[in-house]
Ligand binder design. Structure first.
Ligand SMILES: Nc1ncnc2c1ncn2[C@@H]1O[C@H](COP(=O)(O)OP(=O)(O)OP(=O)(O)O)[C@@H](O)[C@H]1O
Ligand SMILES: [Mg+2]
Length: 311
């Protein structure tokens, strides 16, 4: 898994509770030890990076350790910021009367379902485009798979949508596609360029990779297979699988022996079905993963000896 630290953007996804936050945090820590300036971003509305680092983390990057920052994105807050920003942008474009009406429409749009997701997407887009130059690597701890895969398809959908908006604006004003006089067209063009860059970085295997975390059980295996298909469809490169919480093989306890026997069958299945992808196995630790010390142990399993990685 060493090649991972050469990327610029890493996502950790998988079914609920399999260890996404734990593995994302441990990888971010390993990268920071290797001299990368790392931002660990939680996009899950139920944030838990602050629990694991036992520190308050908010909507702006906070330094957790040398070379390691944390950020928890909040959809509602991003949506408010987004609205304020759009209102600011259109301020000079219209007269008072139209502006009042436009602001009313914007407030209405912001209260629609999906608005928070859209604002979240915008913030993630900015991070993926590398707007914050303080960081060499951004590690995303994502919400359970479905939500994240939707976000990953968003640049594509938004591009189509903005192109349609541009076409109807052109038709309405009777202007050419490259007209530079209409501020609305200029703004749409700017958004389109931003989206293209977002998509290019997301789809570049040199820049981004998606890590899938699972445990050796039936449902997580099936969900992983589905996620692989969807990521392949979307053209996002898969960095590998983390098979987490593997039980000890040598326990004298009959209950654990029986669990282990079942696990071996699933581990074989994982090796067979996902043979093409790099895989790393992480043992079940004796207690929950809290605090930097336990994370250190995990990060050594995920990325052994990262010190050789060049900046
Ligand atoms: N290898 C491990 N050994 C022991 N405990 C682990 C291990 N991996 C994860 N855990 C524990 O399992 C629980 C779930 O892990 P984590 O929060 O990382 O999962 P998640 O996939 O992010 O969950 P969610 O879908 O709720 O965000 C946590 O209490 C964590 O400490
Ligand atoms: Mg989590």
């Amino acid at each position: 898994m060493r090649g991972l630290l050469e990327k610029k953007v890493l996502f950790f996804g998988g079914k609920g509770g399999v260890g996404k936050t734990t593995c994302a945090s441990a990888t971010a820590l390993a990268a920071s030890h290797a001299g990368k300036r790392v931002l660990l971003v939680s996009t899950d509305p139920a944030h838990s990076t602050s629990d694991i680092f036992e520190r308050e983390i908010g909507p702006e990057p906070v330094e957790l350790l040398p070379n390691l920052w944390g950020l928890e994105i909040d959809g509602a807050l991003e949506s408010q910021r987004y609205v304020a920003n759009v209102k600011e942008q259109i301020k000079g474009l219209f007269g008072d009367h139209i502006l009042k009406e436009a602001n009313k429409q914007i407030d209405l749009a912001a209260s629609m379902p999906g608005a928070e997701e859209m604002a979240l997407f915008d913030r993630i887009g900015g991070l993926i485009r590398g707007e914050d130059t303080r960081f060499d690597l951004i590690v995303f701890d994502t919400a359970p798979t479905g939500h994240t895969l939707r976000l990953i398809r968003m640049p594509e959908l938004m591009e189509a949508w903005i192109r349609a908006l541009s076409r109807s604006r052109q038709a309405m004003l009777g202007i050419e596609q490259d007209d530079k006089t209409d501020p609305v067209m200029l703004s749409l063009k700017g958004r389109l360029e931003g989206l293209r860059e977002f998509r290019a970085r997301l789809l570049s295997p040199r820049v981004s990779a998606f890590m899938l975390v699972l445990v050796a059980e039936r449902l997580p295996i099936e969900e992983t297979a589905r996620a692989i298909d969807q990521l392949n469809d979307a053209g996002v490169s898969i960095g590998g699988l983390v098979v987490n919480r593997i039980l000890p093989a040598t326990s004298p306890d009959p209950f654990l022996q029986s669990r282990h026997a079942q696990e071996v069958v699933y581990l074989d299945e994982i090796d067979r079905r996902f043979a093409k992808l790099p895989r790393v196995r992480v043992p079940q630790l004796a207690s929950d993963v809290h605090g930097v010390k336990t994370l250190e142990a995990l990060s050594k399993i995920l990325i052994p000896d990262p010190c050789h990685v060049a900046n």
